[in-house]
Design a protein around this ligand. Structure first.
Ligand code: MLZ
Length: 265
């Protein structure tokens, strides 16, 4: 039987500390999500960020929106917080004297964009200005330290928020390492990224939180017999518990971004 993931027990098991909420560019009191699926918004094109496009809310999770640029395909959906500065009410662009742009990879001939836009917006339900929340300010400094725990968006599977550890830092950048995934999903980002959250954020905002992966780093002197053959290694699926009993986990603080891959299972 696998118990659901609990930060309280996990922090104890790993004798680790959560990063303080003051490290993050997130509201202390998360905003409410007042969007509804189907509503239109203006959004910066993630693949061409100066350009502002029309997007449709395809889904909601916690205080995040799943967005699709109108005229784009269904394989480039992206997620934004309701208090992201990348989204704004329909009409904002025009009021500022700018023009709405077709998304990168517009499905049709560029010459059909004006008519496409007209048809897209006529009779559409637009999200009310009150649904867009003000983006919180950046913390003045990078307060993160290696070993601190957090919740972070998996950029390869951006609908997922997962338990993570600060692996390293360099100036205003931090290295986000995903617990139990052997480095496959780790990334560098700015300390004020909107994709990282304090421990407890998912629970607070009703977002699902993935449990840590099942691949743990092993101690330096690995007994070969304990290593299953490569063919029986865990795939990149994520049951929280290991399939076979293993010796107690070594506690290794702050080195997860630099662990030697050959010594993990
Ligand atoms: N099973 C999927 C999702 C992995 C999610 C990991 N998150 C840190 C995969 O292997 O891609």
């Amino acid at each position: 039987s696998t118990e659901p993931f609990s930060w309280e027990s996990y922090l104890k098991e790993t004798s680790s500390m959560p990063a303080s909420p003051s490290c993050f560019r997130q509201s202390r009191v998360p905003p409410t999500n007042d969007f509804i699926v189907g509503m239109k918004v203006e959004a910066h094109d993630p693949r061409n960020s100066p350009s502002v496009c029309i997007a449709t809310v395809m889904g909601l999770m916690g205080v995040r929106l799943r967005l699709r640029l109108d005229g784009s395909d269904n394989t480039n959906d992206f997620w934004r917080l309701v208090d992201s500065s990348d989204i704004q009410p329909v009409g904002t662009c025009e009021r500022g004297g700018d023009m709405l742009q077709p998304p990168l990879g517009f499905r049709m001939n560029a010459s059909s964009w004006p008519l496409f836009l007209l048809r897209t917006l006529s009779g559409a339900e637009v999200a009310p200005a009150s649904a867009f929340k003000k983006e919180p300010p950046k913390p003045p400094l990078n307060y993160f330290k290696p070993g601190m725990k957090l919740e972070a968006v998996d950029k390869k599977n951006p609908y997922l928020i997962c338990p993570a550890t600060i692996g390293d830092m360099r100036g205003d950048k931090i290295f986000v390492t995903f617990d139990g995934w052997r480095g496959a999903f780790d990334y560098w980002c700015k300390y004020d990224s909107r994709d990282i959250f304090p421990v407890g954020w998912c629970q607070l905002t009703n977002h699902s939180l993935q449990p840590p992966g099942s691949s743990f780093p092993l101690p330096k002197a690995v007994i070969p017999a304990l290593c299953p053959p490569a063919s029986s290694r865990r795939s990149m699926q994520s049951p929280y518990r290991l399939p076979h009993p293993l010796p107690p986990l070594p506690v290794r603080k702050g080195v997860r971004g630099r662990r030697p891959k050959s010594q993990t299972i």
